[in-house]
Design a protein around this ligand. Structure first.
Ligand SMILES: Nc1ncnc2c1ncn2[C@@H]1O[C@H](COP(=O)(O)OP(=O)(O)OP(=O)(O)O)[C@@H](O)[C@H]1O
Length: 254
């Protein structure tokens, strides 16, 4: 049986300023090796769900378990250790523009080392080799010493992905990682994410707006609507009526 990495029990998140909860009655579990796409309209609660999974957002009710321990029961130091095992990629990449590809990727190790070593930029030969290997795996060897500000959007996201893979995560979270890319590049990035999830047996959870991409790559689709799960299943079972229900449109899936 596959190991359960994350379980959410009856999770509710209610931001103080909001009238209705951002998430309600969320009961989900995720296993190693799944490739999950989260769908839903703007404001459906997708980002809140990711932040709840990585412990940045504490639920107002319910609990989140990482392996078999509640995140609630962990102190700051223990939470920091858990987050090392969670890689994160972002819509706007969150890179340091004036640093090179290699330097940006090496920041993925900061969770593992003293801030002094990180500050003076001291890395072992093995760390540098591992960084070069992940840069190769995302297809950027020729750009390794280029400043990231000179790269295209797709290349920048590859740097973001390499940085998170260097962390050796068990879980990779992506908050709309392809929303600022053109459709062709978005597809290439999804292909890369899918290959990395296969190679490393990674649990990958991505928020996406593009239903076709989700259907093409995901092993599981979860749709949120007004903070509740309205679909949880295989992409082939996400039908026109689920699409209409999720997005409240008269539109078409194809
Ligand atoms: N920090 C916050 N404080 C108060 N309300 C918030 C906060 N973050 C999100 N919300 C509200 O919670 C609800 C869910 O927001 P969330 O960002 O999780 O949705 P989303 O599905 O990720 O949307 P998008 O696709 O636009 O990013 C929205 O009503 C939003 O306004």
């Amino acid at each position: 049986m596959l190991a359960k990495l994350i379980q959410l029990y009856n999770v509710q998140v209610h931001y103080k300023e909001s009238e209705r909860p951002a998430l309600s009655e969320i009961n989900l579990s995720f296993q190693q090796g799944e490739f999950v796409c989260i769908l839903g309209q703007s404001g459906a609660g997708k980002s809140t769900l990711l932040r709840t999974i990585n412990g940045l957002q504490l639920p107002s009710n319910g609990e989140v378990f990482w392996h078999d321990t509640s995140l609630h029961q962990k102190n700051e130091e223990q939470l920091r250790k858990v987050r090392r095992e969670m890689g994160m990629i972002f819509q706007h990449f969150n890179l340091i523009p004036r640093l090179t590809v290699l330097q940006n990727v090496l920041t993925g190790l900061f969770g593992y080392r003293s801030s002094f070593k990180s500050l003076i930029g001291w890395f072992t030969k093995q760390e540098l080799e591992e960084a070069a290997n992940v840069i190769d795996a995302v297809g950027l060897t020729e750009q390794i010493y280029r400043r990231v500000e000179k790269l295209s959007g797709g290349q920048k996201q590859r740097v973001g992905i390499a940085r998170s893979i260097l962390q050796k995560p068990k879980l990779l979270l992506g908050d709309e990682p392809v929303s600022s890319l053109d459709p062709g590049t978005a597809n290439q990035i999804f292909k890369l994410l899918w290959e990395l999830h296969e190679t490393h047996n990674l649990l990958t959870i991505l928020n996406v707006h593009d239903v076709q991409l989700a259907k093409k790559y995901a092993s599981r689709i979860i749709a949120l609507k007004e903070g509740r799960v309205v679909f949880d299943g295989k992409p082939a079972d996400f039908l026109e009526e689920d699409f209409v229900n999720t997005y409240e449109t008269n539109g078409s899936l194809s």
